[in-house]
Design a protein around this ligand. Structure first.
Ligand code: IMP
Ligand code: MG
Length: 182
């Protein structure tokens, strides 16, 4: 694809990192794992907006188990590449999660602050079970006191965009994941 045509800021440099085919096959593998773990169940997939919107749409179409879908929205990084260290809830759930199997779908886990916040929120509603699936996980997250069961790719500390992930709301529509260098 022509990355240059998506480079509206002029100064941003995008370096291809994880290509479309690689993403597609990993999403299939994650879906197969979920299918075997949730056989006979209908989990609620909860996407964390905005970053997970493309991943969740591919993931729910790749699974064979029954699905229900809802979304949460948390405060974002704004236009920064660094977390503010504070999480706020911008859009709450609409579904009832009591007694249900919940799968939180994230684009990327960095500091872990967002998923810790989500975990507390969801657990306060007594779900039957709770697991996380994240497309990307930044390496070196040491202070997480629970497991992320489904991880697409472990990456380093680079800032990435594409396939839903943004920098200042840009580049979400890239079909591949790129490293942003500016
Ligand atoms: P955490 O709360 O620090 O784990 O941050 C998680 C959220 O920050 C993700 O859901 C993304 O929205 C955003 N984020 C973290 N790292 C990146 C990145 O490399 N590119 C784009 N967004 C990111
Ligand atoms: Mg996010």
């Amino acid at each position: 694809m022509n990355l240059q045509s998506k480079d509206t800021a002029g100064t941003d440099k995008l370096e291809p990192f994880i290509g479309e085919a690689k993403i597609r096959s990993r999403v299939k593998e994650l879906a197969a794992q979920i299918d075997s773990d949730y056989a006979g169940k209908t989990p609620i997939f909860i996407g964390v907006l905005n970053g997970s919107f493309i991943f969740i749409s591919d993931l729910v179409r790749a699974v064979k188990v029954g699905t229900e879908i809802d979304f949460l929205k948390l405060s974002s990084y704004g236009d920064s590449k660094i977390s503010s260290g504070e999480v706020k809830l911008l859009k709450d759930l609409n579904c009832t999660i009591d007694g249900r199997d919940i799968i939180i779908v994230e684009d990327i886990v960095d500091s872990g602050l967002s998923i810790k916040y989500i975990r507390d929120l969801v657990l306060s509603h007594q779900p039957a079970s709770l697991q996380f699936v994240t497309l990307l996980m930044k390496r070196g997250l040491s202070n997480l006191d629970f497991d992320i069961k489904y991880i697409g790719f472990e990456i380093g500390s680079e800032f990435v965009v594409g396939y839903g992930l943004d920098y200042a709301q840009k580049y979400r529509n890239l079909k591949e994941i790129c490293i942003l260098k500016n």
